[in-house]
Write a protein that binds this ligand. Structure first.
Ligand SMILES: [Fe+2]
Length: 503
């Protein structure tokens, strides 16, 4: 695991065009959140030196006011699993999206800091690309140069009246720019989304006063060549989401079969025995007051009791499993994203083998980097992306990876927390991106990343019928961490059937 993490760190700095010295790397590896620390280092490093030195790591460590977002072990009642019958599979928290309250007290200043953080994090990924020659701050652009490139955050897109070309508006930290994207050009093929960060190669017209034309669009995206995290010994993880414990529609019978399977009492006991991890991508309980008249749909109307029931359900699973759980928009934490982990006064009701993390969180399971995000931003991205739908959530997840951002759109249905660091930036590039929220099920691959929208354990509700969402419940995705091969188990009819690889 340490070797895989070392490779990820080296690749991380390479992606940001820095070389890390050996003893600096050693010091980073000794930290509990090495990737979070690396990101802090990059934020401080600037453009000057191409090296990351031990002194720089020491300074970053000294700057840290709070060394670590609260880990599961800090919660009263949570302790490492003492009953493990074989060596514990490795779990490493790399970074959590939530980083504590905003530094600025005025909302405009706090959101300003958030968007500056986003711009800087994504611009770092774009800088130095050969397809963005003559890169300039917007304020320094000169039409007389003929061509230049900028990195900007999209502030608007409109169509010209007659020819339906796009007029794209972007900002950077020095100014704003409008540029024309010809309707049928490759640059117009992927729709621009509000508040995403793009690199633009511009061509200026000879005639004075005309706006530049976009000759090429470069998105942060997943590098085409990078080291892939893979387990060195046989390990498997099962992905679940949207349990909605406490809802009348919670699929208790399917859950009971899932538990029987995991305990090795159902079909495929050898597969069950090879599973070491469970990842749950949010909406652990149904919550209260999440949508109008929700109380009619609740079997357990008290949210504390809902988490007590969740604790009982999770404790039915074998306690040798490492369970990782993030919250979703139905859970009892702030709905603004990134969301903090469940507070200790609820988390203590969960069994000790459950690690409670923020939404989103990035962690390594036996060397495989998993980014887990609940997926609330589907509600904004699906209407904004042509042909996207809740039935095909992986299309949206692919777009998230291209943008390297989980929820770029501000001011719509996904509330964004004005934190000083944009924890919704996808960094590092994961091996697996898992979401939930859609209550459907989807598997795809993009540039070596496994995209998985994990299924729900709640039947269709009236609210979903009203919103025209047809759930695909009670599917569990089992992923081999040595190969990232995936098998779907379908518990919707009770005893599991193998739904086929990748289906
Ligand atoms: Fe949900």
């Amino acid at each position: 695991m340490a070797g895989a993490l070392r490779e990820h760190l080296v690749a991380y700095f390479e992606e940001h065009r820095k070389l890390i010295e050996a003893d600096a790397l050693q010091l980073l590896l000794s930290d509990r959140q090495p990737l979070a620390l690396s990101r802090e280092l990059m934020a401080q490093a600037g453009e000057g030196s191409p090296f990351v030195t031990r002194e720089m790591v020491e300074e970053a460590l000294a700057r840290r006011a709070s060394p670590m977002p609260r880990p599961a072990a800090a919660v009263p009642g949570l302790a490492p699993n003492a009953n493990a019958r074989r060596p514990a599979p490795s779990f490493e928290l790399l970074t959590e999206g939530f980083t504590g309250p905003p530094v600025a007290t005025q909302p405009i200043a706090a959101y300003g800091a958030l968007f500056q953080s986003r711009y800087r994090a994504l611009a770092r990924m774009l800088r130095g690309r050969p397809d963005l020659p003559n890169l300039r701050p917007i304020r320094e652009l000169r039409a007389s140069e003929g061509g230049a490139s900028v990195i900007g955050m999209v502030s608007g897109v409109r169509e010209t009246a007659q020819r339906h070309h796009l007029i794209l508006s972007v900002d950077d930290e020095t100014g704003a720019l409008e540029a024309l994207v010809p309707r049928d050009s490759p640059a117009a093929r992927i729709p621009f989304l509000p508040d995403e960060v793009v690199g633009l190669k511009l061509a200026f017209a000879k005639e004075p006063g005309r706006i530049p034309r976009v000759a090429h669009v470069e998105r942060p995206d997943i590098p085409t060549t990078r080291p892939m995290g893979r387990a060195s010994t046989p390990r498997r993880v099962i992905f679940l989401s949207d349990l909605h414990v406490g809802s009348r529609s919670f699929l208790g019978e399917s859950w009971a079969h899932l538990v029987e399977f995991l305990r090795g009492r159902g079909p495929y006991p050898e597969l069950a025995a090879s599973i070491d991890y469970v990842v749950i991508a949010g909406d652990l309980v149904d919550g209260i007051g999440v949508y109008p008249r929700q109380e009619r749909d609740l079997a357990i109307p008290d949210v504390v009791e809902q988490y007590a029931e969740l604790g009982r359900r999770l404790s039915e699973m074998p306690d040798r499993l490492t369970v990782v759980a993030i919250p979703g928009n139905h859970d009892a934490v702030s709905p603004a994203e990134p969301q903090p982990a469940l507070p200790a006064n609820l988390a203590f009701q969960l069994p000790p083998n459950v690690r409670i993390l923020a939404n989103p969180s990035t962690f390594a399971l036996s060397g495989v980097v998993v980014e887990a995000y609940h997926g609330r931003s589907f509600d904004d991205l699906i209407p904004a992306i042509p042909k996207a739908s809740y039935a095909r959530p992986t299309e949206v997840m692919r777009r998230m990876l291209e943008m390297r951002h989980l929820a770029p759109i501000y001011g719509d249905r996904t509330p964004l927390a004005p934190l000083p660091r944009d924890g919704l930036v996808i960094d590092p590039a994961p091996d697996i991106l898992v979401t939930g929220h859609a209550h459907t099920y989807g598997v795809d691959r993009y540039r070596g990343v496994l995209l998985l929208n994990a299924s729900t354990w709640q039947a269709e509700t009236e609210y979903q019928r009203m919103r025209n969402i047809s759930p695909v419940p009670a599917r569990a995705a089992v992923v081999d961490l040595q190969s990232l091969a995936l098998v779907t188990l379908d518990f919707s009819a009770g005893r599991p059937t193998v739904g086929g690889a990748e289906s």
